[in-house]
Design a protein around this ligand. Structure first.
Ligand code: AMP
Length: 115
């Protein structure tokens, strides 16, 4: 049986979301608590609990995750102005949902270093 997470429920539609992109392998939807004017989560449908749990067999998926993020950034109109991709991992990384996801954040000047 495959693992259920908050994000598998969003992907299946059991929990409503504002989806902006979907294909066979990934789904992207607006973050419910946006940190910037554009804040979307790009989530592989395969449940990988955190980036450190990715395996050799996920090599292709991880590459396609970044390439899909580029497509979504283009679609959201932030490709030219710039953006940030973030993957939080574990307690110190501030990860809340144990299902690998990439934050796509933009639409304003972002600060550095992150908090
Ligand atoms: P992380 O802290 O990296 O695990 O990110 C989890 C993100 O999921 C946070 O930015 C939350 O605001 C976001 N989030 C939590 N619940 C929902 C939801 N129902 N719909 C969209 N985003 C959500």
């Amino acid at each position: 049986m495959s693992m259920e997470t908050l994000f598998t429920k969003i992907i299946s539609g059991a929990i409503p979301s504002d989806k902006v992109y979907e294909d066979d392998e990934f789904c992207a939807f607006k973050d419910i608590n946006p940190a910037a004017p554009v804040h979307v989560l790009l989530v592989p449908k395969k449940v990988i609990p955190e980036i450190g749990a990715a395996a050799e067999c996920d090599e292709g998926l991880l590459g396609r995750l970044l390439l899909s993020a580029n497509k979504v950034a283009e679609q959201l109109g932030i490709a030219e102005s710039g953006f940030r991709y973030i993957i939080n991992s574990g307690a110190h990384g501030g990860q809340e949902v144990p299902h690998l996801h990439l934050h796509i954040i933009g639409g304003r000047q972002l600060g550095w270093p992150p908090g």
